[in-house]
Design a protein around this ligand. Structure first.
Ligand code: UD1
Length: 421
């Protein structure tokens, strides 16, 4: 299996351009199942997750081609089957996002229970609850889940989400766009990726209001048409490179960013003493201006601090002066990177969903595992400041969600190589 070898790399410097957002492009692609006409998505990052979803959708009947790098044409003249492929589905949790579109367009969907990063139980009860509120019946049998719309199709309804789940909000929104009548999603997720999906669907002819707030109103329409749309920049990749500047005490100009989307990361880095300036071309981040100090982090749904940046931020906190605390409230099992950072000498202590990071550590290169996608990025960041060589295995997780990861880091002066086994 492929590995990364990372060497201590001194302050990184230079420019990096952020790719289209993984978590935005996946629901946009799934929404391409809703229209008979062609939809075109631009700034599509080259990622394993994108390829997996393409395969899932092609098996369902979508015709997909990539006329040039970063551009996807999706044309779903007809849905061939409403049953998703088991093996493909197991590779990626986000495959569940085809369920809402299938239910909306064909009145039924049968899916294997989804796979993906093992960062907690990650049930889909809220997705199913939403479908039921639109009149569908749902059944979970062994490893499959099935939903069937009433005769005549889904009908608008009120859905209250017990937790503002990103995936459930997206799936219910996509199910509701073709339903008869009006749907309200309350306690909806407010993430920028939800807004991007609503914008895309509205360009296709949907009538969605309130995306980006906790109440989304969807008035059903008869059909959707094709459109062209550019994906928003990846705020998690942006945060990762902000942390690359911070942890190496380097200076990086980050281009193609929406600074509003990374406000909590900017705030927390500034609290630690990192210089973050918003400039015409994007964002300038300098970690080398002064001594950096500890801070506390609590992950929350947007606009709170993103859970996906928790592990990269923790890697950074091992290097600052003083003790920091990190609380993970979104997922119940997202501290697997702690054992790996401790292997490098971090000495982090956890108690349930809280972690205490002593800070001021000189990490030491070691053999570590990318336990999930973002934890993999955390290991690379740690490797950049650790004495000696850090060998990171199971990097297929990183391939799922970061485009040209090695190239981008090397462009900033990092010593990192990929070894194929
Ligand atoms: C999305 C992101 C992921 C990010 C997460 C939280 C994508 C492709 N992935 O994942 O990178 O870490 O948001 O910001 O966009 N939950 C339930 N029942 C459900 C659904 C979720 O209990 O039906 C729980 C989950 O177990 C978790 C929490 O809700 O504890 C948040 O999950 P959710 O927002 O749904 O995350 P994803 O959409 O899977």
């Amino acid at each position: 299996m492929a590995k990364y070898l990372v060497q201590k790399s001194g302050p990184l410097s230079g420019e990096v351009t952020i790719s289209g957002a993984k978590n935005a492009v996946l629901p946009l692609m799934a929404a391409g199942l809703l229209a008979e006409e062609q939809t075109t998505i631009k700034d599509v990052p080259a990622l394993r997750d994108v390829n997996v979803l393409m395969e899932v959708m092609m098996k369902l009947g979508a015709e997909i081609d990539m006329p040039e790098e970063g551009v996807l044409n999706i044309h779903t003249k007809e849905i061939q089957t409403t049953e998703a492929d088991f093996d493909l589905f197991k590779k990626m949790r986000a495959s569940i996002l085809v369920m809402g579109p299938l239910l909306a367009r064909e009145g039924k969907a049968r899916m294997p229970l989804p796979g993906g990063c093992s960062i907690g139980a990650r049930p889909i009860d809220l997705h199913l609850k939403g479908f039921r509120q639109l009149g569908a019946t749902t059944e979970v049998k062994d490893t499959y889940v099935e939903a069937v719309a009433p005769e005549g199709g889904l009908v608008g309804g009120s859905v209250y989400l017990d937790f503002p789940s990103v995936g459930a909000t997206e799936n219910i929104m996509m199910a509701a766009v073709l339903a008869q009548g009006t749907t309200y999603i309350e306690n909806a997720a407010e993430e920028p990726e939800i807004v991007d999906l609503a914008n895309f669907l509205n360009k296709m002819g949907a009538r969605i209001k309130g995306a980006g707030t906790d109440t989304i109103k969807i008035e059903g329409v008869e059909h959707l048409k094709g459109t062209v749309h550019r994906v928003i920049p990846d705020r998690i990749e942006t945060g990762t490179f902000m942390l690359a500047a911070a942890i190496t005490r380097g200076e990086i100009l980050i281009k193609n960013v929406v600074t509003d989307h990374v406000k909590p990361i900017i705030a927390k880095l500034r609290e630690c003493g990192v210089q973050v300036e918003l400039v015409d071309e994007g964002m300038y981040v300098n970690g080398g201006n002064k001594a950096l100090t500890a801070t506390d982090i609590k992950t929350l749904p947007y606009p709170g601090f993103p859970t996906d940046i928790q592990s990269p931020f923790m890697a950074f906190l091992t290097t600052v002066e003083g003790e920091s605390q990190v609380q993970e409230t979104v997922f119940e099992n997202r501290f697997m990177h702690v054992a790996e950072l401790n292997r490098m000498g971090a000495n982090i202590k956890t108690d349930g969903r809280s972690a205490v990071i002593p800070g001021g550590k000189q990490l030491v290169g070691s053999q570590v595992i990318a336990t999930d996608l973002r934890a993999g990025a955390a290991m690379v960041l740690a490797g950049l400041v650790a004495e000696g060589t850090t060998e990171i295995s199971e990097i297929y997780h990183i391939d799922r969600g970061y485009e040209k990861f090695v190239e981008k880091f090397r462009g900033l002066g990092a010593t990192i190589i990929r070894i194929e086994d």
